[in-house]
Ligand binder design. Structure first.
Ligand SMILES: [Cu+2]
Length: 822
């Protein structure tokens, strides 16, 4: 009876409002995770149809099925959709849905951020699809190299659609990265020490870290290219001191880690499913964690292997070639740990296992061709041929699609609470496996015979005809396989028999709940003593449903979960999560207005939308917190803990740390671009350097010192100190604006001035943000939100203020120094 009452109380707190309002305002991680997965699968289907059109065009020589203009859009959209609208959102969805359940929490750290990510993804992706239907899709290849993607060679809006649409979607990736990292580090079940985390969490922690450092270079590169196209600032134009190679560096600084950002979550799923299929525990947990961290780290030192043919110095060629072959070591550690796990267990040939075998075969073959391509002389022969296309499809389909199909069948009962109906999944596997290998193995051969990638047609005399026809036949066989998979999944969702708990007899916590999962996951949170809690306590789920774990009672209608110490897993404080809200969809809607205004060339309207985002952001932050101290509250097990409003080291503080790390990476990429152009691009130093001046640097230094000193004196009643700190930020803004307006040559005249203006803009943006946050803190003191034990917001504001002061000083010195030295 008590269990039923608790269930009803929790349902009332966690459920969505009925109807459309509830759908639009939902922030629950299970809802948002499922939406991401369904959305990603829909985009996968669209990308797949485009691939079939490509193969139809290439099936015969001298084909006129689609013209070259359409063909260019087809392969560009196929690549862009599969990378940005399928692979990344798919694992984001899986992570959002599974992580809290696996970690023993009730939701992610920032539920509203999950929802914001979803709407940005949906709106940004829709922009790309609408553009494609209108015939103005991007057509310069998925890596959009200038000068081809520049104004001269792509005068239409095709490139702008890519730059703006993809950047819009990337907001969701950045939201997900911050949220995944903080949730794994802080929102775990008590007792889940860092060395007891499920491997899936380790893989996603590495992935989130890579996203924080991998995406900013691409976002910066896209912003610069869009500015060049819109306003003519010549970052990538050699005649005015720019370099198209800068784009290639920024793109691949993102693009290589991107491959691992896609592969690691899939490998995490493999490491979760495989031991269950083998009825044993995973072998070499520690070695796997070390291998994952090594891969994440190494992947940032490889990007130049995409540029071996661009005239790189010999030393660098050797370094990047060696680093690229080095990746084989941590990858092999994983493969051997998986084989060892199978060997030591009693494997069952259930359906997920079949797809895992497909993953092994295809991914290992892709890895081997990868080692071939890491060898510079081989790469110089195979570069930009179909051999590379074959390699990347073996790695990405092998390393992502096959594990995701295994994951789909493994976790489908969790989503639906139902059993399989018919055995279509096995047939689907063989169609996909045979079709895939037929399609792409042939491309190795056509590539070695000299067929370039991305050509729309070829002559019969080249001798590629039969191989291409086989490829095309294979692609259609594969498409039938995916259609069968879709039907199979649909049958299970609608017709499957209802299922009991934990159908696979797995050990991880997501199976310690009724399926399909209730909105609050656990009626009470587990205490964990090992890596596979359900192997240690098979009846855990029932005990938790009875409210015998942590937080087994409700109060004040709060959505509660526990934050733990990130290393020891000791309970630290009670996190009070926000409820359903219209703020995420409103923010994404206003952001959509900004991106559409940019796309339409209405540059004077676009900033108004950003002001709107700022206003909603203020409201968003305002709804957090409390106006009273609660002291410690009972958390179950006889322990009392403070609520998050009175804790230090809150999830909000950690989220700010990660957001600033990403922002600092963007700034560092910008400084890299400045140094790169200065040393490598033609025409440097420029004809006109910045004018020599002491006024602005002194003002900026004064402002930064004031901001840094004053923000440290802010207490619960420190309104004067807040005003002084804000004054310091305003002095910084003034100094930078004066530098750009009075001293810097026109940004359109030379890449030097253009880069300088963007450096200043970065610092001005952050100082404006910091000044706004200081004003926010002042209002929060007045309203009583900051006071008593509730000082967490001041710590967060200090973090952002210090970053702005630091960036302001660096930007000023960078702008003023050349004038002095020259
Ligand atoms: Cu690479």
């Amino acid at each position: 009876m008590k269990a039923l009452k608790l269930h009803q109380e929790l349902t009332a707190i966690w459920r969505n409002a009925p109807g459309w309002r509830g759908t639009l305002c939902s922030v629950n991680h299970s809802d948002i995770g499922k939406r991401f997965i369904v959305g990603a699968f829909a985009f996968f289907a669209i990308g797949g149809v485009l691939a079939m059109l490509i193969r139809a065009q290439l099936a015969t020589p001298a084909s006129a099925f689609v013209g070259p203009e359409v063909y260019n859009q087809l392969f560009t959209m196929h690549g862009s959709i599969m990378m940005f609208l399928f692979a990344i959102p798919m694992f984001e969805g899986l992570a959002l849905y599974l992580l809290p359940k696996m970690l023993g929490a009730r939701d992610m750290a920032y539920p509203r951020l999950s929802a914001l990510g979803w709407w940005c993804y949906l709106f940004g992706g829709s922009i790309l699809i609408v553009a494609m239907l209108a015939g103005v899709a991007p057509d310069a290849g998925w890596f959009l190299y200038p000068p081809l993607s520049g104004k001269q060679w792509t005068p239409g809006i095709n490139s702008d659609v890519w730059l703006l649409g993809i950047t819009f979607v990337e907001i969701s990736a950045m939201c997900a990265a911050i949220e995944i990292a903080v949730s794994i580090l802080r929102l775990r079940a008590p007792g889940m020490r860092i060395d007891r985390m499920p491997l899936f969490a380790w893989y996603l922690l590495a992935t989130a870290a890579m996203m924080l450092f991998g995406f900013p270079p691409l976002i910066l590169g896209s912003i610069l290219l869009e500015i060049e196209r819109a306003f003519g600032w010549p970052f990538y134009t050699p005649a005015l001191g720019g370099s198209p190679l800068l784009w290639q560096h920024l793109f691949w600084l993102f693009g290589h880690p991107e491959v691992y950002i896609i592969f690691l979550p899939a490998a995490g799923a493999v490491s979760t499913i495989l031991p269950v299929m083998a009825r044993t525990r995973i072998l070499a947990y520690g070695a796997l964690v070390a291998a994952v961290m090594a891969l994440a780290f190494l992947s940032f030192g490889l990007w130049v292997h995409h540029m071996f043919t661009t005239g790189i110095p010999h030393m660098a060629l050797g370094f990047f070639s060696a680093a690229s072959t080095l990746v084989a070591i941590p990858t092999a550690v994983q493969v051997f740990a998986w084989i060892g796990t199978l060997w030591s267990g009693r494997p069952q040939m259930k359906l997920p296992m079949l797809y895992l075998i497909g993953f092994f075969v295809v991914f290992v073959l892709g890895g081997l061709t990868g080692v071939m391509l890491a060898v510079v002389p081989f790469d110089q022969q195979a570069h930009d041929t179909a051999f590379v296309t074959a390699h990347l499809h073996y790695v990405l389909v092998g390393g992502f699609v096959f594990p995701m199909l295994a994951a789909a069948y493994y976790w489908l009962p969790h989503f639906t609470g139902r059993e399989r109906v018919m055995q279509l999944g096995e047939t689907a596997f063989w169609l996909i496996f045979v079709g895939f290998n037929l399609t792409f193995f042939m491309m190795h051969l056509t590539g070695l015979l000299g067929m370039p990638r991305r050509i729309d047609t070829y002559s019969d005399a080249m001798g590629w005809t039969w191989l291409n026809l086989l490829s095309s036949v294979g692609s259609f066989v594969m498409a039938f396989g995916f259609a069968l998979f879709t039907i199979d999944v649909g049958l299970q969702i609608w017709l499957g028999r209802h299922h009991r708990r934990n159908p696979w007899h797995a050990g991880t916590l997501e199976w310690a709940m009724a399926i399909p999962a209730p909105a609050y996951n656990f009626a009470s949170l587990p205490q964990v003593a090992g890596r596979d809690p359900l192997y240690d306590q098979p009846d855990l789920g029932v005990a938790l449903a009875r409210g015998e774990g942590w937080l087994g009672a409700t109060r004040h209608g709060w959505r509660e979960t526990l934050a733990v110490d990130m290393v020891t897993g000791e309970p630290d404080h009670i996190v009070i999560l926000p409820g359903n809200s219209w703020l995420p969809i409103a923010t994404a809607g206003v952001l959509a207005g900004f991106f559409l205004a940019m796309l339409a060339g209405l540059y004077w309207i676009a900033p108004l939308f950003l002001v709107g985002v700022g206003a909603i952001g203020w409201r968003w932050a305002w709804t957090n917190g409390a106006r009273e101290d609660y002291g410690t509250l009972p958390a179950g097990q006889g322990v009392a803990l403070p609520p998050s409003t009175e804790a230090l080291g809150t999830t909000g503080w950690w989220g700010s740390v990660f957001a600033l790390a990403a922002s600092a990476t963007l700034f560092a990429s910008l400084l890299f671009g400045y140094a790169f152009l200065w040393t490598v691009a033609p025409d440097w130093p420029p004809p006109q350097l910045i004018a020599r001046t002491v006024l602005e640097p002194s003002l900026a230094l004064l402002g930064a010192v004031l901001a840094i000193v004053a923000v440290r004196r802010v207490g619960p009643d420190g309104r004067t100190a807040l005003a002084v700190a804000a004054g310091g930020q305003i002095a910084l803004i003034l100094a930078l604006v004066l530098l750009v307006v009075l001293r810097l040559p026109s940004p359109a005249s030379h890449a030097y001035a253009a880069t300088g203006a963007v450096v200043a803009a970065y610092a001005i943006f952050h100082a404006t943000l910091a000044a706004t946050m200081l004003a926010f803190a002042r209002a929060r003191i007045a309203s009583g939100h900051i006071g008593g034990a509730r000082l967490g917001e001041l710590r967060i504001v200090r973090l952002w203020s210090d970053h702005a002061a630091g960036a302001g000083v660096v930007a000023t010195l960078l702008l003023a120094l050349p004038g002095w030295i020259a």
